[in-house]
Design a binder for this molecule. Structure first.
Ligand SMILES: O=c1ccn([C@@H]2O[C@H](COP(=O)(O)O)[C@@H](O)[C@H]2O)c(=O)[nH]1
Length: 273
C-alpha cells in the first residue's frame, strides 16, 4: 500500500484511526472461550464492527506469541482475514524487530513475504544495517520507534548529547538518510504531545504512528495541533480503549461505538486542514 493510497483512505473515510488488536484471552468475553480459536473469533468480530471507522489495524505480536504456536496461527488467520475482506485497510505488525543485517533479513522475509503485512515496527538501536533489510522491500513500510509513549522514554530517548541534541532527534535525523516519506514512518507516543512541534521540524512530511490515546491518556487534539500535516501525516492507534469497551455479548458493538467516537473527533481535526 503506497502513501497516496493511505492518504486516500484517510480523506475518503475521514479517519486516521488504527485499531490495535492486543488480544488477550483473559480479557475477551469469556463466552468466546468455547470457540475453537477464541482469539480469532474475537478479532473477526472486532474487525467487522470497527472497519467503517478506521483505516488501519495493528496486531501486537506479543499477544499472539504469548499463546504459542496457536497464537501465531491466530495472527496469520487475522492477517489473511483482513487482506481478503478489508483490502484497503493498512496492516501494521507491531513486533519491534531489528537485529544484525543477516537476522533482520529473516524478520523482513517472515513479515513481508510470509505473513504479507504492509508494515512492521522496528527498533532503531542497532543502526543502519539492522534497518536496511526491511527497506529493501518495495511497497512495504518500516515504522521506526522514535519517541515512545512510556515513562521509560526518558531513560534514553529524551537524553541530550553535548550539543543539546536528544537521542530521539538523532534517530529521526540519521534515519532520513536510509529511507524517505514513502517507505518510512515513525512511532511517536501521544503522551509526548508537546514534542510533536519539534518532531515536525525534523520530519515535516513523514507519517507518524501515534499510540497512547485512550488507556495511556494521550490527547488526540494536542497530537493533531502540532503533528498534523496537509496530508494528515498521522495514524493514531487505540487498542484497549476500543477492543475491551465491553466484556459482554455486546463487545463488538461497544468497540464500534468507541471507534466511531474517535472517528468523529478525527473528522473534525481533518476539517481544519
Ligand atoms: O511507544 C509505544 C509503542 C507501541 N505501543 C503499543 O501500542 C499499543 C497501545 O495500546 P493501548 O491499549 O491503546 O494503550 C500497544 O500495543 C503498545 O504495545 C505503545 O503503547 N507505545
Amino acid at each position: 500500500m503506497n502513501r497516496q493510497q493511505i492518504i486516500e483512505q484517510i480523506f475518503s473515510k475521514k479517519t486516521f484511526l488504527c485499531v490495535g488488536l492486543d488480544t488477550d484471552l483473559r480479557k475477551i468475553p469469556q463466552f468466546l472461550l468455547k470457540e475453537e480459536d477464541p482469539a480469532f473469533e474475537f478479532n473477526k468480530q472486532i474487525i467487522d464492527a470497527t472497519a467503517p471507522y478506521c483505516m488501519a489495524y495493528k496486531p501486537n505480536l506479543a499477544f499472539y506469541e504469548s499463546m504459542g504456536l496457536k497464537g501465531i496461527a491466530t495472527f496469520e488467520k487475522t492477517i489473511n482475514y483482513l487482506k481478503e475482506n478489508y483490502p484497503n485497510h493498512f496492516i501494521i505488525a507491531d513486533a519491534k524487530r531489528g537485529d544484525i543485517g543477516n537476522t533482520s533479513n529473516m524478520y523482513a522475509k517472515s513479515f513481508f513475504e510470509d505473513f504479507g503485512v504492509h508494515s512492521l515496527t522496528i527498533a532503531p538501536y542497532m543502526g543502519e544495517d539492522s534497518v536496511k533489510p526491511f527497506l529493501a522491500y518495495q511497497g512495504k513500510w518500516v515504522i521506526l520507534l522514535a519517541l515512545t509513549s512510556n515513562a521509560g522514554s526518558a531513560d534514553f530517548q529524551l537524553t541530550e548529547d553535548a550539543h543539546g541534541e536528544r537521542l530521539f532527534e538523532k534517530v529521526l535525523r540519521k534515519s532520513t538518510e536510509w529511507g524517505d516519506k514513502n517507505n518510512m514512518m515513525y512511532v511517536v507516543g501521544a503522551t509526548q504531545g508537546k514534542m510533536f512541534e519539534d518532531i515536525r521540524k525534523i520530519v515535516p512530511d513523514h507519517f507518524l504512528l501515534v499510540p497512547g490515546v485512550g488507556a495511556q491518556g494521550g490527547s488526540l487534539q494536542e497530537v493533531c495541533k502540532y503533528g498534523m500535516t496537509k496530508e494528515c501525516g498521522l495514524i493514531v492507534n487505540s487498542s484497549r480503549g476500543i477492543i475491551y469497551a465491553s466484556q459482554g455479548e455486546d463487545f463488538a458493538q461497544a468497540a464500534a461505538e468507541k471507534a466511531k467516537a474517535l472517528q468523529q473527533e478525527m473528522a473534525i481535526e481533518l476539517e481544519k486542514i
